[in-house]
Design a protein around this ligand. Structure first.
Ligand code: SF4
Length: 208
């Protein structure tokens, strides 16, 4: 009952949710997701626009100087680590995968900078595979709304969401929860006064 109310509300707010990262190719999406850690999609899009224009192929990225990649990537934070991830992802894709990002979480999580969340977001967005990426928004909203418990780690949250949501909508629910967290149920000062879930939300007393 509670889950269906949450799902109905998300459907009413975001009937056709879209990923806000810009990409043309499989590796561009994977790299954009890696760059998005601790950053905003807007900043990532600004950076990848420059990055993929200057280095239009995987081979170009694999041969780029780390110093130049760091300069380009700087606005999204953790730029040293991320520049190294991006170049190494390009090297591995060319060396082991003929330049094609594998459609396998087990293989994806072996790439530098790619964890379970990144792999799930990639598989769901690029291939339409059933997967729920639990990022900071999804985790926060799941806990506020009681879809998961406060003490759950991200894997436990993911497992609970997979049980509660029908498999056919996992990717859609992920996108909706990201958008809900980004624009309504923000980490600081969520917009509870406009939220129709306030009566079932564990956060309500603090924000009204
Ligand atoms: Fe988020 Fe506030 Fe709505 Fe709870 S009531 S889900 S904290 S916006």
């Amino acid at each position: 009952m509670k889950t269906s109310r949450i799902e109905d509300y998300l459907d009413s707010l975001f009937p056709n949710p879209q990923c806000e990262l810009s990409y043309q190719k499989d590796y561009e999406l994977l790299m954009a997701i890696v760059l998005s850690a601790q950053s905003t999609d807007k900043r990532v899009n600004q950076v990848t626009n420059i990055l993929f224009q200057k280095y239009p192929t995987l081979k170009d990225i694999s041969k780029a100087s780390i110093a130049d990649l760091e300069d380009i990537i700087r606005p999204v934070g953790s730029f040293r680590k991320k520049a190294s991830y991006i170049r190494n992802i390009a090297v591995i894709l060319l060396r082991d995968y003929e330049g094609i990002v594998p459609r396998s979480r087990e293989q994806l999580i072996l790439f530098p900078g790619v964890g379970r969340k990144t792999a799930n977001v990639f598989l769901s967005e690029f291939y339409g595979d059933a997967a729920i990426g639990v990022d900071t928004h999804v985790e926060r909203i799941s806990k506020r709304l009681g879809l998961a418990s406060r003490k759950d780690d991200v894997l436990q949250v993911e497992k609970k969401l997979m049980k509660k949501f029908d498999k056919t909508v996992w990717g859609k629910r992920h996108l909706q929860m990201v958008l809900f967290g980004r624009y309504h149920c923000k980490a600081i000062k969520p917009e509870c006064q406009n939220c129709l879930l306030v009566d079932i939300c564990g956060e309500k007393k603090k924000n009204l």
